[in-house]
Write a protein that binds this ligand. Structure first.
Ligand code: PHE
Length: 341
């Protein structure tokens, strides 16, 4: 029996085979277990003689099983280490990390400044209807002003004939806010806007931040202070040298464009220096018709509004010369401007 077991153990080729032999010898109904049980029926003399023989057999078989199992496990581990070996000479794959787009970076900077000044963020849809994008904002019906924005129109709805538009500015969010909130109102509305336009400083999709303040006794002075304070903080200057030039928008009266004094000699832009003026946004006092269209009494409330191009201000702040590559999704370009998450 011992020779058979030791031979079998010697030729076992897996941990599972060793285990099968252990069960056949030392398991509940195993051969050696049978012998051990048989000792109970022996008389004392027989037991004294056979006991050490049977116990010795059990100990030697157990030791052989343990040794074989350890040997096989070591071999299995060696085989695994060999097959799983890591080739350290293989060049590592480059790890590509995402980064924040300059426009979004600047958008976040602007929102942070306005948030400190007490503005809440409001939103509206990119696909607008004529009412919110034009009519409520006091664009006269059939007026060329509707075409002035180079509007993208969607296909008319076959049932109603209604023609939706991709919003040409963030001003429709003024309307949505005034129709859904009671004054006092102090919001900014950042978002995407669309116009049929493409050159170094225009792309068909761009970004604006709208601002709207409605309360009692709001006047042009509030508008000027809000915008000059904002621009100084945004450009990280103590102060900005700004001027407000009369302009026309259907939804504000009076309307103005804000310029910052700058120097552009040598292809470099420096703010607050020189004799040039850089146009940066449109603004004005909310037109009484707009207030009325939104259910606000112009005799009780006044307000101001402004809208600025986020991408354009990103170009100015970070010295980016051409707007178009901003939306080409070229990671080399993004890397060049050093924006990272
Ligand atoms: N909506 C205007 C534009 O896109 C900007 C503007 C907003 C002007 C609010 C006045 C008040 O050009």
């Amino acid at each position: 029996l011992e020779l058979d077991l030791i031979n079998a153990i010697g030729s076992a080729d897996s941990v599972a085979a060793v285990e099968a032999i252990r069960v056949s010898a030392l398991g509940k109904t195993g051969a050696i277990s049978g012998l051990l049980k048989g000792m109970g029926a022996m008389n004392p003399d027989e037991r004294r003689e056979q006991g050490p023989v049977i116990n010795g057999l059990r100990d030697r078989v157990t030791a052989a099983l343990t040794a074989k199992k350890a040997e096989l496990e070591a071999a299995e581990l060696d085989a695994r280490l060999l097959s799983e070996r890591i080739d350290l000479t293989l060049p590592a794959r480059p790890r590509r990390k995402g980064s924040v787009h300059p426009t979004m970076q600047v958008m976040d900077e602007m929102i942070a400044v306005f948030a400190e000044m007490g503005f809440a963020v409001a939103e509206g849809p990119d696909v607008e209807d004529d009412f919110h994008n034009f009519t409520a904002l006091n664009f006269p019906p059939k007026h060329p002003a509707r075409e002035m924005h180079d509007t993208f129109f969607l296909k008319p709805d076959p049932a109603t004939g209604e023609r939706k538009v991709l919003r040409t500015h963030t001003s429709p969010v003024q309307v949505r806010t005034m129709m859904s909130q009671k004054p006092p109102i102090r919001i900014i509305a950042p978002g995407r806007t669309f116009r049929k336009d493409s050159d170094a400083t225009h792309t068909p999709m761009f970004h604006q931040i709208e601002g709207l303040v409605i309360d009692r006794d709001i006047h042009m002075g509030h508008l000027k202070t809000t915008l000059t304070t904002f621009m100084a903080r945004f450009f990280e200057l103590d102060d900005v040298d700004a001027r407000f030039r009369p302009h026309h928008f259907p939804f504000t009266e009076p309307s103005a464009e804000m310029d910052i004094r700058c120097d552009r000699s040598g292809g470099k832009l420096t703010l607050n220096e020189g004799t040039d003026w850089l146009e940066i946004l449109g603004c004005g006092m909310v037109h009484p018709n707009v207030l009325k269209n939104c259910g606000i009494d112009p005799d009780e409330y006044q307000g101001f509004a402004f809208g600025m191009g986020v991408d354009r201000l990103a170009m100015l702040k970070y010295g980016i010369p051409d707007l178009r590559p901003m939306f080409d999704a070229d990671t080399r370009w993004l890397g060049h401007y050093g924006f990272s998450a």
